[in-house]
Design a protein. Structure first.
Ligand code: PLP
Length: 421
């Protein structure tokens, strides 16, 4: 099946007389008639559900769907995008290990790696993703266990050179993890460029309607864990009666370990109801992404030509420094998020937002509604103008997530609000 068909049919195949829509298995537990059957489930010698933290039929269907969309061997749904990144990293790294990450990533991930994981004893080196290969080489250490970047960074809107970083990581025999949230598998499939693991915040375009927080980890099955760098994959896991992940699960070693060890212990799982909503969103993903891209292209062109706009940051614009990478990795479009700066600083930015009529002010992106955020008066309001600039944000900067309304209505609303700014 092609991706459009997989979005609808993958993961769940109803038999005769069963519901066409994915049923919600609203149950924590699953019934068995013999201890022998339950023992096989616990031994992982037979697949089946026994407790929803480790697996649930509704969640499983969505995991299978996203694994197919990304071209992976398996997936694990999590309670949020943050939980996906945390779970993926903890399946690989322990105290004393080290991560090389692009500095151009989501703020929540930047904090997770730079603050919380450091408190756990896992160190990180942030790198400029445009640095020379010699510079990037210097970031690696003997204890480096993975490399991390974001296909289209939120909110910097830089495009990650997946192929280049995959080669760099593989030369050191470590996996590349790519956060593919903004691109979704409709616009980019990182495994085709050498990434080993993909994480998602399904909260964004995969759900697409702003109804359900969630995350997903997908395993390409391609990474070789047997180099000696990853003994936890090749030696018995005493906490799971001697399972040896690579020996027992082959290509699915990573995603099984993430589930039976890290999800078992941390418990940040998706619910059946939550998975149902994510699935409902994914069914229309290709249609929505197509329109998000086309609408955003029109809006970006309008903003770029407006005399009151200082600059527009959208990798789809020919003027963008990211344009060449966007053409390579995102030929179908670069999703719906744009940032731009109004002349007139903080006050102009705030007046513009307060003058909008249809477009809503939300701390969210990547859903059906066009929405805006003015970092200088909200998420970054404690910072001085100088500190803002250090974060790559100007006082008049606005983050705009272009939704699925008629583009003339979106542009019309922007135009009248810019006039009042
Ligand atoms: C939102 C987001 C996250 C975090 O996801 P949550 O579902 O909010 O926990 C991670 N990465 C990217 C790129 C995001 O946009």
């Amino acid at each position: 099946m092609k991706l459009e068909s997989q979005c609808i049919h993958a993961g769940y195949e109803p038999k005769n007389g069963e519901p066409c829509a994915l049923p919600i298995a609203q149950s924590t537990t699953f019934r068995y008639t013999s201890t022998a059957e339950v023992a096989k489930l616990f031994d992982l010698t037979e697949a089946g559900f026994f407790y929803t933290r480790l697996g649930n039929p509704t969640v499983d269907a969505v995991e299978r769907k996203v694994a197919e969309l990304e071209g992976g061997v398996g997936a694990l749904a999590t309670s949020s995008g943050q939980a996906a990144t945390l779970t993926a990293i903890l399946a690989i790294c322990k105290a004393g290990d080290h991560i090389v990450a692009s500095s151009s990533i989501y703020g929540g991930t930047f904090n997770l790696l730079g603050v919380t994981l450091r408190r756990f004893g896992i160190d990180v080196t942030f790198v400029d993703q445009n640095a020379s290969s010699e510079e990037l080489e210097k970031a690696f250490r003997p204890g480096t266990k993975c490399v991390f970047g974001e296909t289209i960074a939120n909110p910097a809107l830089t495009v990650f050179d997946i192929e280049r970083f995959a080669k760099l990581a593989h030369a050191r025999k470590v996996p590349l993890i790519v956060d593919n949230t903004f691109a979704t598998p409709y616009l980019c499939r990182p495994f085709e460029w050498g990434a080993d693991i993909v994480v998602h915040s399904t909260t964004k375009y995969l759900d697409g309607h702003a109804v359900q927080v969630g995350g997903m980890i997908v395993d390409s099955g391609n990474f070789d864990w047997t180099s000696g760098n990853f003994p936890e994959f090749t030696e018995p896991d005493d906490s799971y009666h001697g399972t040896v992940y690579v020996r027992d699960f082959g290509k699915a070693a990573f995603i099984v370990k993430a589930r039976v060890q890290i999800m078992r212990d941390l418990g940040c799982c998706q619910t059946a109801q939550g998975a149902f909503y994510v699935n409902l969103g994914i069914q229309t993903l290709p249609v929505r992404m197509e329109r998000h891209c086309r609408n955003a292209e029109k809006v970006a062109a309008f903003l770029e030509s407006h005399p009151k706009i200082e600059f527009v940051n959208y990798p789809g614009l020919a003027s963008s420094p990211e344009h060449a990478l966007a053409q390579k990795y995102l030929p179908k479009g670069v999703a719906g998020v744009i940032s731009f700066s109004l002349k007139g600083g903080r006050e102009a930015g705030a007046r513009f937002i307060d003058s909008l009529k249809m477009i809503t002010l939300e701390v969210h992106v990547a859903d059906i509604r066009t929405c805006v955020l003015h970092p200088a008066s909200s998420t970054h309001r404690q910072l001085t103008d100088e500190q803002l600039v250090d974060c790559g944000i100007t006082p008049g900067m606005v983050r705009l997530s272009v939704g699925l309304e008629d583009p003339d209505d979106i542009i019309g609303d922007l135009e009248q609000a810019i006039a009042k700014a």
